[in-house]
Design a protein around this ligand. Structure first.
Ligand code: 9WO
Length: 266
């Protein structure tokens, strides 16, 4: 089919400055991101600061001024690696660190609207502050915890952004149907068998698939799912619910959920 050869103009060129380029196989070789890479929807340039050193030992780190444990990444090799990424059309430089702005769905969508970005991946105890001050455009965190380096955080961002590129999700699947697009958590999902486990023992969840999902009544199913999404968001992430307007119908569905939960005595 001729249409298969025509693809939307949206291609994102990622770059990563990293001492561990081989780690990025996790997003290039598998799954949705791997398939989207093969489809030409994104590319990844990997730049190892060790390849931009000039001493015999290929030194990329040194001891912190002021003393203390561990090592700090040298500015010079990172600066040269970032120059190389920039010459390849690197876009904004993003440093992944726990000190950064916390990533959310809105920021993922903003990044997905750009054509290029370069992730600076720190290791050890961090990167010389002068390099950050001179070369970094944005500092991003994926959550309040410390990793061993920025690579896993960069890959989390790549994965989240790539799934927003039109065509990255196969078939009828659409990023528009995902959690957070609507400001709510996802509803529960079920597949075969209709009863599991057979003896129904244990668990805080019934063994039987909710009857509405088996009814074939599409409007009722849609409303059940919306109600579950509202109820779960209320229970687990009241902060998200507070940030979202509810229409009359949604408010009734949520009140109904809250009533039913009160009756079952939790
Ligand atoms: C390591 C360390 C060891 C002893 C005392 C203090 C220390 N701080 C650090 C540290 O923060 N290392 C970072 C490792 C340096 C920057 C790259 N690293 C990193 C990035 N860890 N966690 C992230 C990260 C990035 C984005 N979102 C969450 C975590």
């Amino acid at each position: 089919m001729a249409g298969r050869l025509v693809k939307a103009g949206l291609v994102i060129r990622f770059h990563a400055v990293t001492l561990f380029p081989e780690m990025f196989a996790a997003v290039t070789a598998s799954g949705i991101s791997g398939r989207a890479l093969e489809a030409g929807l994104w590319s990844l340039g990997l730049w190892n600061p060790r390849d931009f050193t000039s001493d015999n030992y290929r030194t990329v780190d040194d001891r912190p001024y002021g003393g203390g444990p561990g090592m700090v990444m040298l500015a010079e090799p990172l600066d040269k690696a970032l120059d190389a990424a920039r010459q390849a059309g690197g876009g904004k430089v993003i440093y992944l660190s726990p000190q950064g702005r916390k990533l959310d769905h809105a920021m993922v969508m903003e990044l997905a609207g750009t054509t290029a970005m370069t992730f600076l991946c720190g290791r050890y105890e961090g990167v010389d502050e002068r390099l950050i001050g001179r070369r970094v455009d944005e500092e991003l965190s994926i959550g309040d915890y410390v990793l061993s380096g920025g690579e896993l955080a960069a890959m989390a961002v790549i994965d989240a952004v790539v799934r927003q590129i039109p065509g990255a999700l196969g078939g009828e699947q659409s990023a528009l149907e995902e959690s957070f697009v609507d400001g709510l958590l996802d509803c529960p999902q079920y597949t075969r068998p209709e009863v599991w486990p057979q003896d129904g023992a244990g668990g805080k969840v019934p063994a039987q698939v909710p009857s509405t999902l088996l009814s074939g009544h599409h409007e009722n199913i849609r409303r059940w799912r919306l109600q579950q999404a509202l109820g779960r968001t209320w229970l687990r992430r009241p902060d998200l619910l507070a940030a979202r307007k509810l229409n009359d119908d949604e408010r009734k569905l949520l009140e109904d959920f809250q009533r039913q939960r009160g009756e079952s005595g939790k």
